[in-house]
Design a protein around this ligand. Structure first.
Ligand SMILES: Nc1ncnc2c1ncn2[C@@H]1O[C@H](COP(=O)(O)OP(=O)(O)OP(=O)(O)O)[C@@H](O)[C@H]1O
Length: 275
């Protein structure tokens, strides 16, 4: 196992609750992502939030992206641990929205210009990301003429270009065929190796894939009171926070084939069924 240590926080959810139209959607959620340091390796990390359908994953993404304010509690992002505001975190939404009337290159240039005011530098960065994500041959195409995989790579590149190391992926695995799923997994892992400060946050209902890629995992679920009644809103119970790196289950080649991994995913499924 690669030795690692943790440094300062890059994402903090502190007692976050959200009520929408009188309905408690999220209740007292606390979770913290710390910058991970692996000596001699330039490698960031992947962290995962799993939740069943309707559990509040999209709402949680919007909170972390600063697009929604919590009813109580705080969401702090980045090395400076500032309250989340729109644009502070790279947010790759489901279905990968891009500007449809702009070419792929223009989409990336618009993103790059937000972070690199010097136009020549913005062009250099956009070109570098096109190359890195194998999109250079498609740079003059409009989004409607890209394949699903190309759109996803473009959306991730776009968010990486304009954000600072923290990138949030809402349901990155839904609706993908097997080949695409492999490609997306590769991209996620590649993003973490681009820079040791890069942290990819996956929010998904694909338990096995999210677990396989993650260093840390949190399960969103509902708790019951002493009388067995379901409490309103989803939360993260203390026993549903997993440090997969410590457990020896952080991503490595063929982790999914290992008996410990298979047993762990079965255990997670039982926990989810029971909640
Ligand atoms: N703007 C809103 N107003 C009121 N309720 C909302 C609003 N947005 C979401 N909800 C409710 O919040 C809950 C969580 O929704 P959310 O879309 O976050 O779930 P999810 O876990 O992403 O689900 P899925 O996996 O099915 O996409 C649902 O009960 C939903 O009806």
């Amino acid at each position: 196992m690669t030795p690692y240590s943790y440094k300062s926080p890059v994402l903090t959810l502190d007692n976050v609750s959200l009520t929408l139209h009188g309905e408690t959607i999220l209740r007292d959620i606390s979770a913290q992502v710390l910058d991970v340091c692996r000596p001699g390796l330039s490698q960031g990390q992947v962290v995962g939030f799993y939740g069943r359908s309707g559990m509040g994953k999209s709402v949680l993404c919007r909170l972390m992206a600063g697009l929604l304010a919590p009813s109580s509690g705080t969401v702090l992002v980045g090395e400076a641990q500032q309250p989340a505001t729109p644009g502070a975190v790279g947010f790759v939404q489901q279905h990968y929205p891009l500007f449809n009337h702009r070419t792929l290159l223009d989409n990336l240039l618009v993103a790059a210009a937000r972070r690199y005011p010097e136009p020549a530098e913005a062009r250099r960065q956009a070109a570098e990301y096109l190359e890195r994500f194998q999109l250079t041959p498609h740079r003059a195409k409009y989004p409607a003429h890209l394949s699903g995989g190309q759109r996803q790579r473009a959306a991730i590149a776009q968010q990486l270009l304009c954000s600072d190391h923290l990138i949030l992926l809402d349901e990155p695995f839904s609706g993908l065929d097997v080949a695409m799923l492999d490609e997306v997994r590769k991209i996620i892992l590649e993003v973490t190796t681009l820079d040791e400060l890069n942290t990819v946050v996956i929010v998904s209902h694909d338990l096995a894939t999210t677990t396989a890629l993650s260093d840390r995992l949190w399960l969103l679920g509902q708790e019951r009171d002493a009388a067995g009644q379901l409490l309103p809103g989803a939360t993260i119970s203390p026993q549903h926070q997993y440090n997969l790196a410590e457990m020896g289950l952080a991503w490595h080649e063929n982790v999914e084939a290992e008996p410990e991994f298979v047993r762990f995913v079965e255990h997670l499924k039982e926990e989810i069924r029971a909640s």
